[in-house]
Design a protein around this ligand. Sequence first.
Ligand code: SF4
Ligand code: SF4
Length: 438
Amino acid sequence: MKTEFSPAQLANPDIAEADKILRACVHCGFCTATCPTYVLLGDELDSPRGRIYLIKEMLEKDRPPTREVVKHIDRCLSCLACMTTCPSGVHYMHLVDQARVRIEKEYARPLTERLLRSVLAWVLPRPGLFRLSMILARLARPLAGLLPAPKAATASPSLLRRIKAMLALAPGSLPASGPAGGSVFPALGNRRGRVALLQGCAQQVLAPRINQAAINLLTRHGIEVVLVKDEQCCGALTHHLGRDDDALARARANIAVWLKEAEGNGLDAILVTASGCATVIKDYGFMLREDRDFAAAAARISALAKDITEYLGSIELQPAQQQSDLVIAYHSACSLQHGQKITHAPKELLSKNGFVVKDVPESHLCCGSAGTYNILQPDIANRLRDRKVANIAKVKPDMIAAGNIGCMVQIAGGTSVPVVHTVELLDWATGGPRPGLN
Ligand code: SF4
Ligand code: SF4
C-alpha cells in the first residue's frame, strides 16, 4: 500500500512503524474471511482491510479520530486472526494498538462511556478491588432482568446494556484467595529448574485453582516456582483500552521486579497461564523499544516469558497416572493461536496424557471475550460466544479446555459443559485432583 507520510511525520518512531506496516499490506483481502466482525457484520469497515484504511487516513492526514473510525476500531476484538491469515506479514496488532492510543488521547467519548472505561481500567488490574466489584455485582444480579435485553450489534451499546453484560459475567461465588506474592514453592525431589509464575489479576480472583494446578504440576516435575513480590497486572487490560501510560508503567514495574529475581536467585522462564497476558509480556520489548532505560531489560523479559504449555512441552512430563477416555474440546484462545502462534503444544500435551482431544470447528474465530470486549461490545460478543458454543457442541465433549481465563468465563456463560484450564487437566493426569467442578 502506498503511503504519503511527510518526512516530519516519519521522524516520529510510531509513525515510522505504522508506515512500515501499511506498506506491507497489498489489499488482497484474504484477512476478511477470517475476521470475526466481518464474518458477522459483513461491513468492509469492520474487516482488517477496512480498518487498516481508516487508520491510514487518520494517521496520514494527522486528523483527530472521527466517530466512524472509533466505531469500527472499537468493534475490533484484537483477536489477531487477520495476522495469522495475512500472506504479507502485516503486523496489524501494532497498528491497531497505535490507533487505540490515539483514540484514547484525542477522541471525546460520551461521558458515560468515559466513566465506564475509567472504572474498568481502575478496577480490573487490582485484584482487591476486582474481588469487591464481583461481590457487589453478585448482589446486584437480580436487577439484571430489569435492564435492556441483547439486540443486534449496535454502534455504541448503552451503558445499561453494558452493565447488564458485566453482571452476567459475575460468578455465583468466589473462591478463597490463592498464595501471596513472595511465596516460593520448592521443587519436589531434584531441582531441575526455577521459574516465576505470573499471578495475574482477574484470574487470581476468579480461579486461583489454575495457578495452583500449575504450581502442583511444576513442583512435582522438579521445578521451583516463585510468585514474585510486588508484581503487578501485566498491563494488557489498559493496553487494549488505549491507555498506554498506565500499561507502560505496569510493564516497567514488572520488568524491575522480575529482573531483580532473575539476577538474584535465577529464573529459567516467566510462566503465564493466561495467554492474553503472555501475548503482551512478549511484546514488552517492542512497547519499550524507545525507552533508553528499559529497552534492553524489556527485551530480556519478553524472551523469558512463556505460555505454560510452551514450557511444559520443553520438559519431560511423567507418564500419565491414569488413562482417561474423556473427550476434551480444545478451545484455542486467540491470544495463544494468533498472538503467540502456539497451536499444537497444548493439544499434544493433552493427547500424550491420555485425553481424547477434539478440535473445535471454526477454531480460528474468537469466542467474543477479548479482554473487556464482552463488556464494551456485549451484543457482538454474545453472538460470537453462541457461535463458539454451538461449534463446541458439535464435538460432543465431556469437558472444554482452554488456556485463557477470559475465554473460560465467556464460554462457560453459554454452556453447562465444564470449562477447565489445560494445565488443570495435565495436573490431574500426573497425580493432581480432578478438575471440572466449576
Ligand atoms: S484483530 Fe480480529 S477483529 Fe480485529 S481486524 Fe483482525 S481479525 Fe478482525
Ligand atoms: S491479508 Fe494482509 S495484505 Fe491482504 S488485505 Fe489483509 S492485511 Fe492487507
